[in-house]
Ligand binder design. Structure first.
Ligand code: THU
Length: 130
């Protein structure tokens, strides 16, 4: 699958990041089933734990606009190696996006693609609350 366009959106979304304390810029872009892209960036708070990651910003933006079905999410940071979503974002992607492609980008703009269940095996989820 070619995620060049989605990856470029994630890289561009980094420009709006507000990493006041970490100075670590992250951008994300989520692709809906109807091929719409919603972007997000990390936004930090002086009460550090209230910070939100780029991935969750993108997913919550899409959900709040009524989107429910997703194909992929891309994430970009200024890391030499392929950046990978934190544990909290993996849970949110698993819960709200399901088994999608997760596109991990490095600072050269190259990417690799993983599935949700590869990054969060044996996940807790809806099924456990029945
Ligand atoms: N961050 C993200 O936005 N996404 C990730 O995948 C990793 C971490 C943010 C959170 C915080 O603003 C900064 O990067 C440093 O942890």
């Amino acid at each position: 699958m070619d995620y060049k366009n989605l990856a470029e959106s994630a890289v561009k979304a980094k420009q709006n990041a507000l990493p006041t304390y970490s100075n670590f810029y992250v951008g994300a872009a989520v692709l809906t089933e109807n091929n719409k892209i919603y972007t997000g960036c990390n936004i930090e708070s002086s009460s550090y734990s209230l910070t939100i990651c780029a991935e969750r910003t993108a997913v919550f933006k899409a959900i709040s606009e009524g989107e429910r079905n997703f194909k992929a999410i891309a994430v970009s940071g200024d890391t030499e190696d392929f950046i990978s979503p934190c544990g909290a974002c993996r849970q949110v992607i698993s819960d709200l996006c399901g088994e999608i492609d997760i596109v991990l980008i490095n600072s050269s703009g190259d990417y690799i693609v993983k599935k949700t269940s590869e990054l969060l095996p044996f996940a807790f989820g809806d099924k456990d609350l029945e």
